[in-house]
Ligand binder design. Structure first.
Ligand code: GLY
Ligand code: MN
Ligand code: MN
Length: 471
């Protein structure tokens, strides 16, 4: 892992060709294993259970174009199929349970858009049976008619959801109709729980995404030293991770300078970077369908101002406190409470909140400047699936207990709005978030992104190295 990370970093510094992660994918056995686990869950629901999984719909872009196509994460996790307009059927009663419904080969279309799987490709990709459209529509209809219980895994394809609903519960049928006894189940929770515990191969892919993102963050920090616009900083990250094999970003890059650092999901990345401005960048590369989610904030001058440094060090202290709560058996929410206590006390020490520390913490006044949760699951999606166990008044009840193999972010932040009237002007417009990606291990955690420094002086040194670099 060390070598895998060092290689791209060295290559970047030396300007050599980076080895990168272009086109990497998990093996078919991984997807087959996931299907087997879902089929075991479907079997538990009783005979006559059919799983129905739908690919991500294609989304239009202006002028007859489409948005870049990226498969639905549940569908990908269970099939490894990257093609649009695909349906997977999982018949829990059959010894050959997995049927793929795909587009037929089409030489003309393929000339424009690249190869399609067709039935042969679907079988090679692991299906027990494959049928192409339009005949596949009949296969789907018959399977839905035969099933007693349909477990649907489909988040984004609204017409398809309606098609399944209408097939299971036809409009206008009377109480005596056979369909009245059928059951339609939303299967996303079942899949979400499967996805929550990461397998070793997934951890390796996440590490690749994190490694590429670390290189991207380092490039962005260096570039910011001479950047006159946020776009140059976002571009340094995105160009670097793309050249290292990230086909997609896990989410839109956030690169906000000055007061824009306080906009949590700042989308524009196109404003000037003022001299001495702090810049917050939240950016993650997606490699082989798995994404990183990393945030740093740094002074583009290479030296934190006194106020920037005070806020930075406080957020770092809170992040360390939250990380110390990550181990099997601990409740996911504990990290939040630990971090908020540090932030609350620190805000009093800095004079940004007034009063007795205990009272300030209890009053939750700190919520003025700490405005989001500090952790979510990470994997195929930046906000990955799996329940958090629900937030109740009794924090010991029903909250998710951490287990080895869960991957999560730890990301406290403080944001002093530019129009915060009750603080001295010198504090206004400072936004700091620190975000790292952790895997829960048998005895604690491993920080997948620990190669990206967090200490204020190390961060300053990286930015300064960009000042010295030649254009
Ligand atoms: N990048 C989105 C988040 O941190 O949750
Ligand atoms: Mn996050
Ligand atoms: Mn983030």
């Amino acid at each position: 892992m060390r070598l895998a990370l060092l290689a791209p970093l060295l290559a970047l510094t030396l300007g050599a060709q980076a080895p990168g992660h272009h086109g990497v994918r998990l093996p078919q056995a991984f997807f087959a294993g996931n299907r087997a686990r879902l089929l075991a869950e479907l079997k538990k629901l009783g005979p006559g259970t059919l799983g129905v999984l739908k690919s991500m719909p294609e989304l239009p872009r202006n002028g007859g174009d489409t948005q870049p196509y990226r498969q639905d994460s549940d569908f990908y996790y269970l099939t490894g199929i990257e093609e649009a307009r695909s349906v997977a059927l999982l018949d829990a009663d059959s010894p050959k349970p997995y049927t793929l419904l795909v587009q037929p080969r089409d030489p003309k279309r393929e000339t424009y858009d690249g190869p399609l799987l067709g039935a042969e490709g679907a079988l090679k990709a692991g299906a027990d049976q494959a049928v192409v459209f339009p005949e596949a529509a009949k296969t789907l209809k018959e399977a839905l008619q035969k099933a007693q219980r349909v477990v649907l895994v489909c988040t984004y394809d609204e017409p398809f959801r309606k098609e399944v609903l209408d097939a299971v519960y036809p409009v206008g049928t009377d109480n005596g109709h056979a369909s009245y006894k059928k059951i339609l189940v939303d299967g996303r929770n079942l899949v979400g729980e499967l996805r929550l515990i990461k397998q070793p191969a997934e951890l390796e892919m996440l590490q690749r995404a994190v490694d590429a993102s670390v290189a991207g963050h380092l490039a962005a920090m260096r570039a910011s030293a001479r950047a006159s616009n946020e776009g140059e900083v976002a571009g340094a990250f995105e160009g670097t991770v793309r050249s290292l094999g990230a086909r997609f970003l896990g989410y839109e890059t956030i690169a906000g300078a000055g007061p824009n650092s306080c906009v949590l999901h700042y989308p524009n990345n196109d404003q000037p970077v003022a001299k001495g401005a702090l810049l917050l960048m939240d950016a993650g590369a997606e490699v082989g369908y798995y994404t990183a989610d990393i945030t740093r904030a740094w002074p583009t001058s290479g030296t934190f101002s006194k106020e920037q440094r005070a806020i930075y060090d406080l957020v770092l202290k809170a992040q360390n406190a939250a990380m110390a709560c990550i181990r099997p058996g601990r409740i996911h929410h504990e990290g939040y409470d630990a971090a908020m206590r540090i932030l609350s006390d620190g805000l009093v020490d800095l004079g940004l909140l007034k009063g007795d520390k205990e009272q300030v913490y209890k009053s939750r006044d700190w919520k003025r400047y700490s405005i989001h949760g500090i952790s979510h699951w990470l994997g195929l999606d930046v906000h990955d699936t799996g329940s958090y166990g629900g937030f109740t008044e009794d924090k010991s009840a029903g909250l998710r207990v951490l287990e080895a193999g869960m991957v999560l972010t730890v990301e406290p932040g403080l944001y002093i709005p530019k129009d915060a009237k009750d603080v001295e002007p010198r504090w206004r417009g400072i936004g700091v978030r620190l975000e790292d990606d952790l895997v829960v291990t048998a005895d604690g955690y491993r920080n997948l992104s620990d190669k990206l420094p967090r200490g204020a002086e190390e961060i300053e040194a990286i930015v300064k190295s960009g000042l010295k670099a030649k254009k």
